[in-house]
Design a protein around this ligand. Structure first.
Ligand code: NAD
Ligand code: MN
Length: 357
């Protein structure tokens, strides 16, 4: 496994994720080898590149990647020429490793329901998997830039998806929905955009292979609204790179804090068995709380759980980590984003103690 701390709170939360990963590997009798590397700003400052070829090679040799978070004002707008993969270390890895299937689960946990701005009777039972396409769309536009049009500056990013990209991703979505509660919503803006017309056609075709999954197409704006109004009706929601990014932060509202959300980005569909994946908290590098030791490590720790399921084939370890997190929250051990006073290390200590019990 390769561990990349990145920037901001990234190294702080990565370290806690590694503690749990090592602990659970030891319990399962796995000889977990951990390599380290720099990513994004941390890499830029040393190598003048957001991700070196050496780190990519190490990633290719690994079964999984655990990432803290990347980014910060210092490295925004450096203006490296080329696509997103040249300007962002994480995007570079996603692109070269083709980790197209982004799983971003969010659910309401009983001890945290009072932290959600949604009324308890609405958020109770919310358990949604947002699936974000990670390797295409406007974010990876090959035609992009800024130009002068009629004396005005114009910025542009060509949104494009080919049917191969949408097909592999949609199959992943239906496979995961079949393992969950058997419902899938695909969101798009096919009412106004051509790339989404193709998206809707392709997903609807793939849906025919999964007659047992209840399937619906929804316009993304309405979908965002319905996700807040009646979260209990949703199971899996799939969307393009950009919509999936936004919707996954939105559904963090169920969990009470963005710091709670894990993610997995897989390079093959789950029907392929154990697959290579990148695992990281859904949130960013939180520059506003960096260095204070108060970042919530749970998103990263739950990402470690997902790593055991999807890359190591040990779902019972993810279940154990999930249960330990719930138990610790029930005891009232919480970081400040959850209204508590525990710091990053204390929160992890409590989870590790629970895993020992
Ligand atoms: P952010 O996700 O970093 O932070 C949003 C809010 O959530 C902040 O108030 C922050 O304090 C809080 N938060 C996030 N993680 C938390 C945690 N673990 N514990 C407690 N609170 C937490 O979003 P932003 O401020 O818009 O972006 C900051 C930087 O992160 C930018 O440079 C952005 O490009 C980058 N970013 C990186 C990733 C990634 O690494 N995957 C994702 C999103 C944004
Ligand atoms: Mn995001």
């Amino acid at each position: 496994m390769l561990a990349l701390g990145g920037d901001g709170i990234g190294p702080e939360i990565l370290e806690q994720g590694l503690r749990v990963a090592r602990h659970q590997a030891r319990h399962a009798g796995i000889d977990l080898q951990v390599e380290h590397g720099l990513l994004h700003g941390a890499s830029w400052d040393v190598h003048g590149s957001f991700c070196t070829h050496e780190v990519l090679q190490k990633a290719r040799r690994s079964d999984a990647l655990l990432v803290g978070a990347v980014g910060g004002p210092k490295w925004d707008n450096i203006g490296v020429p080329g696509g997103a993969e040249c300007q962002d270390g994480l995007m570079y890895l996603r692109y070269h490793l083709q980790t197209y299937l982004g799983l971003r689960p969010s659910r309401a946990r009983v001890p945290l329901m009072h932290r959600s701005p949604l009324r308890r009777d609405i958020v109770d039972g919310a358990d949604v998997l947002i699936l974000r396409e990670m390797c295409g769309g406007a974010m990876f536009a090959s035609e992009r830039g800024q130009r002068q049009i009629n004396g005005l500056r114009q910025g542009y990013d060509l949104t494009a998806y080919d049917e191969g990209e949408v097909t592999r991703f949609a199959h992943g979505g239906f496979q995961l929905a079949a393992q969950r509660r058997g419902r899938l919503v695909s969101c798009d803006k096919s009412n106004v955009m051509e790339s989404y017309k193709l998206w809707r056609d392709v997903v609807s075709d793939v849906a025919r292979d999964y007659p047992d999954v209840e399937f619906e197409n929804m316009f993304a704006d309405n979908c965002a609204y319905q996700l807040m109004m009646r979260p209990g009706d949703f199971d899996v929601v799939i969307g393009c790179n950009q919509l999936g990014d936004v919707l996954s932060d939105l559904t963090a509202v169920y969990a009470g804090s963005l710091g709670m959300l894990p993610s997995a980005s897989l390079s093959a569909n789950p029907d392929q068995g154990q697959v290579f994946g990148m695992y990281e908290s859904t949130a960013g590098s939180a520059p506003d709380i960096v260095g204070q030791g108060i970042a919530n490590p749970v998103g990263t720790i739950l990402s470690v759980g997902m790593m055991f399921t999807y890359s190591f084939g040990l779902p019972r370890i993810e279940q154990r980590i999930e249960a330990a997190v719930d138990a610790v929250l029930t005891q009232g051990v919480m970081t400040p984003d959850l209204g508590g006073a525990a710091n990053t290390v204390e929160m992890t200590d409590a989870i590790l103690e629970m895993l020992e019990a």
